[in-house]
Each structure stands twice: as C-alpha cells, then as structure tokens.
Write a protein of this length. Sequence first.
Length: 173
Amino acid sequence: LFATRLAVISWRLFLCFLRLVNRTMPDAQKVRMMVSRALSVWENNSKLTFREVYSDQADIQIVFARLQHGDGYKFDGPGQVLAHAFYPGEGRGGDAHFDADETWDFDGGADDSRGTNFLNVALHELGHSLGLGHSSDVNAIMYPWYQNNEVDGKLPDDDRHGIQELYGSKEKT
Ligand SMILES: CC(C)C[C@H](CC(=O)NO)C(=O)N[C@H]1Cc2cn(c3ccccc23)CCCCCCNC1=O
Ligand SMILES: [Ca+2]
Ligand SMILES: [Zn+2]
Ligand SMILES: [Zn+2]
C-alpha cells in the first residue's frame, strides 16, 4: 500500500513539474515547435520540404502583430479575425500574420479552454502561404471559420487534394 501511495505522489509531482516546464518554456520556442509541426503536416502530404532560417529573407515569415501593422489588413483586437497570410510571392508573399490580441494556446489543447489552438490556425495560414484558398468543406483546415479540429498529422481529404494539386504527393506513383 505504502509503495503505491509513494508511486502516486511521485507521479503527481512529475505531472506538475511537466506543467511548470510547459508554462515556463518561452512562447517563441512553442511557436517554433507548432509552426514546424504544421509545416510537417503539409510536408507529409506533398513533395514539399521546408527548412528553418533566421532572417527576414525567409520565404514564409511568421509575424505576431496587433491592429494596424503596416499591410493594410489591420487586425481587430481579441476574437473576430484571428490571422491572415499572403499567397506565395516576393516580399511579404508567403508570410503569415497572427493577431497578437488573441489568447493563443500553444500546447495544442483539444478544447478552447486555454485559448485559440495555435496549431490549427497555423495550419490554415500556412495553407495560404503555400497557395491554397478557402474551402467550402466544413471539415477542411482551409474552411474560413476557426474550429478546433485536431488534425494530429492526418490532413482532411479536401486539404490533401488541394496541396497535392499544387505540389504533388510523396507516394511513389
Ligand atoms: C479560419 C481562421 C483560423 C482564420 C480566419 C481568417 C482567415 O481566413 N485567415 O486566413 C478567421 O479568423 N475567421 C474568423 C471568421 C469569423 C467568425 N466570426 C467572426 C466575427 C467577426 C469577424 C470574423 C469572424 C464569428 C465569431 C467567432 C470569432 C472567432 C473565430 N474567428 C473566425 O473563425
Ligand atoms: Ca482578432
Ligand atoms: Zn498582416
Ligand atoms: Zn484563411
């Protein structure tokens, strides 16, 4: 009995340690992790490959901004529009902008209790950065309304067809 009680306590300690680490990890690292997770979903379903660079010469720049931020598409405070992105091209082409006034959840929460699921929104915006428009399929990542539909690596069919139309598929045909 004593042994099991000890095990439970140590497990509880371990969990709160994890939560602490999760909270203290700077958001920049979490953003990087989530962006690379979103890009690997698009990578796994196309011939595309991505590499991370630290320069404003990047094809796809990830930007957090609020209200008026110099591109004529001003954000609107908490809620409403969450983010926008530019189709592939020079300069700001490919860039993804996220509304800094949103409460972002960088830990991939399945419900919105800790905020808006950043991974979902990044998947959507990076779809635009790669050239995809909006989908009328309510289950698609490219649907114009936010829904916390956990992708977990599996891309909805409509999005997969879209990206493969543009960049082919990884499977050997
Ligand atoms: C798909 C998403 C990741 C990116 C899109 C924008 C987009 O397409 N970027 O590429 C987005 O932000 N859509 C709005 C659309 C929207 C929904 N409502 C709005 C109220 C006002 C203005 C816009 C909206 C009703 C209230 C809910 C507001 C919070 C959620 N917002 C949305 O779903
Ligand atoms: Ca907003
Ligand atoms: Zn912008
Ligand atoms: Zn969109």
